[in-house]
Design a protein around this ligand. Structure first.
Ligand code: S3P
Length: 426
């Protein structure tokens, strides 16, 4: 479905966002692994989350949803039941990779499948360490979905130095590790989002490298009451729209402020953005609070390679901020963008070229310079929710507005996107 967006002059108001996608996936999986009833309030409404919910249901967990809340009757982490058919992960890489760690430890076989985009994404990164732990996978040649996971004779301990900076891979190993009498140890050089270790309360040693361990001996799979803070990655779109429109000011309530996710806010602040936090609280060890944003003049700054992992999901919308900031916008060391829901370097460069900007594409990033020359453009979403939302925000900043093709993919992370934007437009 093609969607048109008109120029927005200013935004104003208050937002309550649906729950963070990464935290929601984990709350569902950890609740299904626990014994008894867990409640999860303010769950993400994204279709990716439905993939995880349906999967836990197909593995025997009880799932009752009511508006933004869900009650999960967990089976205890050894009580999962063999699924009666293949387990479909939809578009969700987080579902596929986290659940691989869980299924590797079960005494039944299962088959994971995904949609067209997910079936192209790399899975060797998660299969390889799990196989080192003794997991049994039957895969096709290039290790992509679909694949089968068969019962392991015995899972064994592992000390794994991460070869790609991936929270999903780290989480899969740690979740498999919860089934060991010995331990799974993950060593991270580039620190990725830490929801798994925080929410499970896993032992962490952090010096230059971060060392996280998991074991059945220190794991008490108790049912919990979760509150999922608002999705910080979703907030990036509202924040950038506010910064770039005149006389604008918004407050976003109860949004996740996990430091492994706030990199884009720190970067925007370095660029001159007026953003501040207030009233920081904690839920399941996860910090959250209210975020205040005001219109600001931005200038581009050098983006350090160390921050890339932290801002990886926000790069599409940061690039839009970069177009309107003084100076040129350049991202390097971000090759991981090529294996997200679309090849985001290609998707971004394609759309930026439509604007008549000067765009130089690199294997690990891109450089944007020059001025917008073309107005009234139809952008391509490439079926990628973050590309669709980024270019809808850009359309709202153009004199003649703009259009985005296949806009329905925003439902992957935020079906409420348009409703939220409409509620703050003046
Ligand atoms: C996620 C981790 C990141 C991120 C994705 C969600 C998670 O992926 O891009 O949107 O919830 O663990 P990688 O861990 O593959 O980098």
């Amino acid at each position: 479905m093609k969607k048109s967006f008109s120029k927005v002059n200013s935004v104003n108001g208050e937002l309550n966002l649906t729950g963070d996608k990464s935290i929601s996936h984990r709350a569902i999986i950890f609740s299904a692994m626990a014994s008894g009833k867990s409640s999860i309030a303010n769950l993400s409404q994204g279709h990716d989350i439905i993939s995880t919910l349906v999967m836990m249901h197909n593995l025997g967990a009880g799932v009752i949803t009511k508006n933004r809340s869900v009650i999960i009757s967990g089976l205890g982490y050894k009580g999962f039941e063999a699924p009666s058919s293949e387990l479909f992960c939809g578009n969700s890489g987080t579902t596929a990779r986290l659940v691989s760690g869980l299924l590797a430890a079960q005494n039944f076989s299962s088959q994971l499948t995904g949609d067209e985009s997910l079936s192209k994404r790399p899975m060797k990164r998660v299969i390889e360490p799990l196989m080192k732990m003794g997991a049994q996978f039957t895969t096709i040649e290039n290790y992509t979905l679909p694949f089968s996971i068969n019962p392991a004779k015995k899972l064994v301990n592992i000390t794994y130095e991460m070869s790609v900076a991936s929270a999903q891979v780290k989480s899969a190993i740690l979740i498999a590790g919860l089934h060991l009498e010995d331990e799974a140890i993950v060593i991270e050089k580039d620190k990725t989002r830490d929801h798994t270790e925080l929410m499970l309360g896993l032992p962490v040693k952090a010096e230059d490298e971060k060392i996280i361990s998991s074991s059945s001996l220190k794991y008490y799979p108790a049912a919990k009451e979760y509150f999922i803070p608002g999705d910080i990655s979703t907030s990036a779109f509202h924040i950038v729209l506010t910064l770039l429109t005149n006389n604008s000011e918004i407050k976003i309530n109860n949004v996740s402020l996990n430091p492994t996710r706030t990199g884009f806010i720190e970067l925007l602040k370095q660029m001159g953005a007026d953003i501040r936090y207030e009233d920081v609280k904690y839920s399941s060890n996860e910090p959250y609070g209210n975020v205040f944003v005001k219109s600001s003049n931005l200038r581009n700054v050098k983006i350090d390679s160390e921050i890339i992992t932290n801002i990886i999901d926000e790069i599409p919308i940061l690039a839009i901020a970069g177009i309107f900031a003084e100076g040129n916008f350049e991202i390097r060391n971000a090759k991981e963008l090529r294996v997200k829901e679309s090849d985001r370097i290609k998707s971004l460069c394609y759309n930026l070229n439509l604007l008549g900007l000067e765009v130089e594409e690199y294997e690990d990033g891109f450089l944007i310079s020059g001025e917008i020359k073309n107005l009234k453009i139809t952008f391509e979403s490439f079926g990628d929710h973050r590309i669709a939302m980024a270019f809808s925000i850009l359309s709202m900043l153009l004199k003649n507005g703009g259009e985005v093709n296949d806009f329905e993919c925003v439902n992957i992370s935020n079906p409420k996107f348009e409703e939220q934007i409409n509620s703050i437009i003046n």
